[in-house]
Write a protein that binds this ligand. Sequence first.
Ligand SMILES: Cc1ncc(COP(=O)(O)O)c(C=O)c1O
Length: 373
Amino acid sequence: MRIYLDNAATTPLSDKVLEAMLPFLKNNYGNPSSSHQEGRTARAGIERARKIVAQSIGASTSEIFFTSGGTEANNTAIKCAIRDYKIERIISSPIEHSCVFNTVNRMKNENIELQFIQLDQFGRADLEHLKELLENSDKKTLVSLMHANNEVGTLNPIKKIGEICGENNALFHTDTVQSIGHIPIDVSSLNINFLSGSGHKLHGPKGIGFLYVNKENCIDAYIDGGGQERQVRSGTENVASIIGLGKALEEAILHIEEFRLKIETIRNYFIEQLKTNFPEIIINGDYEGKYLFTILNVSFNTNTPVNMLLFKLDLKGISASGGSACNSGAVKSSRVLSYLNIPDGYHSIRFSFSHYNTIEEVDYTITQLKTIV
Ligand SMILES: Cc1ncc(COP(=O)(O)O)c(C=O)c1O
């Protein structure tokens, strides 16, 4: 038996998504740029998926560009905004996902000023500081702040951030890779210029994502070639994965309330059991306030290092994580947690849930944690 509590790293593909993708991996093999029937079938599938993605966030189809995932979408938003809008300064936070954090840092080499916003104890951006930074400079600015933090689940108030950016003539990019499909987002009522999402965090395939670009903010080509994705991102489309992303978002939105209730029930029961059995734990992030319910980051007062805790859990059939998934598979100390002042002697595990998890799985995990921690 395996218990999968690492859904913030990736999620299992849903049966419905697989079912939707299969015809496009086998019979509907046409190149969407071809004008014959096979090509038209593939094109129609892509455009249906684009419509679903657009509708799911209140955008229009012309504002959605498919990418190879959240990483590419975030890189594109930041690099194209800088190139096409003559950005001179970026305001971001030190606890963004590495694909944003490393990108904004690299932009310093292009003479772009980088300022990090102050965070509260939960990792939430300080809006007064944002206002101050924006009001005290005339530099053309891009603000890049994520919606839900992928390690601790704290939510940033993207509506207010958008308003502050709008009032100060700054562009706003937000990474919604963790929150999309779990928390309703309607760009038509938010002042957002760029927004990114990814398929594999919501039971869709890996290696597919999208970038929303507000119609006021056209971007030029960043991958040249045959002109796919409206001349912006060339390359023959990843048809089956695009279909899968569309289906995954459709399912997530259709069941948004049902899945939220199920996951919240499991999460709340887990918190209650943790507090009963490990009275000294610290739960990181704004877990009682404004949080993403799929993520629970817990610090245990133990001498056992986190990689050993995770190894022992894995041996018992439980998959969790020490922070974000890292490409080497090694557990590095977390940059995000280093900003949240966790006391010495504590070791942190991220448990992250999906609607496939059960109360029985929580009971088993608690039993195993009692022998391991
Ligand atoms: C907040 C956040 N942004 C971006 C990404 C990267 O997305 P992808 O894996 O699709 O490249 C992740 C993935 O872990 C994430 O959690």
